[in-house]
Design a protein around this ligand. Structure first.
Ligand SMILES: Nc1ncnc2c1ncn2[C@@H]1O[C@H](COP(=O)(O)OP(=O)(O)OP(=O)(O)O)[C@@H](O)[C@H]1O
Length: 729
């Protein structure tokens, strides 16, 4: 049987529990996409003894009431009162997560039916659906009193972003008024926004409830690998007649220090970082530093580092900080979760402070000293929040801008002052095109997830950026590149951006997986995956789990399926509006939805506390993406688990690199996987990859000149995965 065509197998939903993006248009209507009565939610009370931070976390996600997984008797009783057949009848419960989708209390009659032979029959599935429990909402007093019993009730609620809960919930004010809480968290519940806590009216996006509308700024990578851009600068948001405007304004980040410096603890393996081999290649590298004191940072920075809970440097920081302070260009490879963000932020900020940077003030054209780019909106916002954290109490002003948000809002943040601009490529080119950002003063150009930024997806945009008028040449600026993976072909491409005497830092098993992640590979056919997924999730319970799938449609499908199985789930992918993406991430961060179904848009960089498990429902097509995905757990010395479903029919090309990554990370390699790897690669394949300590090596050392680049200037191995239909900012 060929690949499952998820849409072909989806029959028209009989009842909306979670209306996926591609169905959204059909069910959402009105300005707020709300077509059903809302049930007032209970607002959370501080008096529940929860900590301030916890409260903030919850209040930031205050949402409509949800049906809790109360005792079965009650839920049955509840269902008896509210269960009515048919669509759109019965109570709808405001809640979070899937935007403009409604959870209808009601007796479902088969929501999805697949033609495939192995799916449960509809009757089975319905039972789960109609016996919906509900995730115990963090704001529900019951939940606060006891441990969060919510378990995996069906995820109640699917309201676009905010204001879908009770009239007096935080989000009700969302429409056009300042919100007390917000949802888009950085690592720890802080919120997105821009500037140093500037407050502004957060107007809702006037959610047209539109279906899978892409933000104007979404790049769509066509099969040919060419970017087809719809950037706002090209007449997107500004009066463009094509498609509705992007009007979403992210909530401003919190200004209290608790939130700004909220952090999670390093794990038991943090000290093991010291045992990791580090290789530095290039001429005349400065010696590594061992302590923050040796970095000779200013007092304010040291205070902020201490407030952030940092006491020891990680290996990538020990080597990167002196290199950057020494003015050298750097390509740094270190495993996921090992502190690469601070490795570039701290020396840049130290340099700005030492240079006595002039506080950036209001003017139409801002000329930041530092530009940081990353491949996804959520990641660039996370980096911005780190920059804001470390620059707290200084005159350095960091600003973030990314697609899916109102361009005017971005511009308003920028013109107020901008020393460090964190941006996704599309939006960056927009604000440059609108002459709100000048490049003449750029001293630092930072590419996080650099191999992704240089591949066929973003490479052309990055080339445009360094060719922009005013951008200092690579000799006049410092260019810094960071990633956990750095394939050789991409390293060669990086040469165009870096001074020839750049330094290459390889920390440990670079390009390989973090050893703190226990990796399990299961052979699961595509029609058995859902059953296996539910089995695993039921065993996992409420621990935060990211489930990666290959396509956006599948993300919606699986999220819906899990909700029907009473597993509180949300999803993030490029077809969801930014408000929904941030809502989903917020619900996942605070544990309201312990399961996040994601496409590759969430594979890199996201640093979310307590992600205990990563499940590759679909394996990615490249081993690098696998390494990044499983790196969402096991961060900063903490341990985590990754379980991957290996489908013989579609994943055999990954067997060999998988065996290498597993053995490099000292994981058990299933014999069946080795056999597949061997049969796929024949005698040339050596199962034991232990010999090669550095999976990524400095290509300058063994470059033989011949490049395997294709006509577009990229190696075929680096072309974005054709199956990956994700759209990137
Ligand atoms: N020296 C340190 N001490 C304690 N915690 C740290 C230190 N450096 C970084 N961290 C924390 O470790 C976590 C991971 O850091 P970061 O996100 O920068 O990792 P990364 O290497 O960029 O990961 P990825 O490759 O996934 O992007 C963050 O929560 C960060 O605050």
């Amino acid at each position: 049987m060929g690949d499952e065509d998820w849409e072909a197998e989806i029959i028209k939903p009989h009842i909306s529990s979670y209306v996926p993006v591609f169905e959204k248009d059909r069910y959402s209507s009105g300005a707020n996409g709300d077509t059903f009565n809302r049930t007032p939610a209970s607002s959370s009370e501080m008096g529940d003894g929860s900590s301030r931070r916890d409260h903030f976390m919850r209040s930031g996600f205050a949402s409509g009431r949800s049906l809790g997984n109360r005792d079965p008797g009650e839920s049955n009783k509840r269902e008896n009162t509210s269960t009515v057949g048919g669509f759109g009848v019965g109570k709808s419960f405001g809640n979070r997560g899937f935007s403009n989708n409604k959870f209808e209390e009601g007796d479902s009659s088969g929501f999805w039916r697949e033609s495939s032979i192995d799916c449960e029959d509809n009757q089975t599935r319905n039972r789960g659906f109609s016996k919906r429990g509900g995730y115990q909402d963090g704001n529900d007093s019951e939940a606060l009193g006891s441990s969060r019993r919510g378990g995996r009730g069906s995820f109640r609620g699917c309201r676009g972003g905010f204001g879908r809960g009770s009239p007096n919930s935080d989000y009700e004010q969302d429409e056009g008024t300042q919100r007390s809480g917000g949802i888009f968290g950085s690592r720890r519940s802080a919120l997105s926004g821009a500037g140093n806590g500037d407050t502004f009216q957060s107007r809702s996006g006037g959610g047209s409830g539109r279906g899978g509308y892409k933000g104007l700024n979404e790049e769509v990578i066509t099969g040919s690998g060419k970017n087809s851009w719809k950037s706002e600068a090209e007449g997107g948001e500004s009066g463009d007649t094509q498609g509705p405007k992007v009007t979403y304004i992210p909530p401003p980040p919190p200004e209290d220090e608790d939130s700004i410096f909220a952090h999670y603890q390093t794990g038991i393996n943090f000290d093991k970082y010291d045992t990791i081999l580090v290789e530095v290649s290039g001429h005349d590298p400065p010696p590594a530093i061992l302590t923050f004191e040796e970095a000779n940072l200013c007092q304010t920075l040291n205070n902020n580092i201490a407030k952030a809970g940092y006491t020891k440097l990680t290996p990538v920081q020990k080597y990167s900080i002196p290199i950057i302070q020494g003015g050298r260009d750097l390509m740094a490879c270190a495993q996921t979760g090992s502190g690469k963000t601070a490795a570039f932020l701290l020396p840049i900020l130290a340099h700005m402070m030492r240079d006595g940077i002039t506080a950036s003030r209001f003017k139409e054209l801002q000329e930041p000293e530092c530009i940081i780019v990353a491949p996804t909106r959520e990641l660039i916002n996370q980096i911005y929040l780190e920059a804001r954290k470390f620059s707290f109490g200084t005159c350095v002003r960091a600003v973030v801008t990314y697609g899916g948000t109102q361009l005017g809002h971005s511009i308003r943040q920028i013109v107020q002052g901008c020393n460090i601009l964190c941006a996704t490529p599309g939006r960056l080119m927009d604000v440059i095109g609108k002459e709100k950002i000048g490049l003449r003063q750029v001293k630092y150009l930072v590419l996080d997830e650099a191999d992704r930024m240089l591949d066929m997806g973003f490479g052309p945009e990055m080339k445009k950026l360094i060719s922009c008028p005013g951008m200092p040449s690579k000799e006049q600026r410092q260019t810094l590149m960071f990633s956990a993976t750095f394939p050789e072909e991409i390293q060669r491409l990086a040469g165009e951006f870096l001074k020839s005497n750049y330094l290459f830092v390889a920390v440990g098993q670079v390009g390989g997986a973090c050893r703190d992640v226990q990796q399990t590979i299961l052979q699961v056919g595509q029609y058995s995956k859902r059953e296996k997924l539910v089995e695993i999730l039921r065993n996992i319970g409420d621990e935060r789990t990211m489930v990666f799938v290959e396509t956006k449609k599948k993300a919606d499908f699986i999220a819906t399926f899990l909700c029907q199985e009473k597993i509180s789930t949300t999803s993030i992918h490029g077809d969801r509006e930014q408000r929904e993406r941030e809502q989903a991430l917020g619900d996942f961060r605070c544990g309201k939805c312990p399961v996040l179904v994601a496409t590759s848009v969430a594979a890199r960089g996201l640093d979310i506390e307590n992600v205990q498990h990563v499940i590759n429902f679909d394996l990615p097509s490249t081993i690098d993406e696998y390494v990044h995905r499983i790196g969402r757990t096991g961060r900063c010395g903490n341990t985590g688990r990754a379980i991957s479903f290996f489908d013989l029919e579609s994943d055999s090309q990954l067997a060999q690199p998988l065996v290498k990554v597993l053995s490099d990370a000292q994981q058990d390699v299933p014999a069946w996987l080795e056999e597949i790897a061997f049969s796929t690669y024949g005698p040339g394949f050596s199962g034991n990859a232990r010999g090669n300590v550095f999976a990524s090596v400095d290509t300058r050392k063994n470059y033989h000149g011949k490049s395997s680049l294709n006509t577009a200037g990229f190696s075929s191995t680096q072309a974005p995965n054709p199956v990956d239909d994700e759209s990137w900012d």
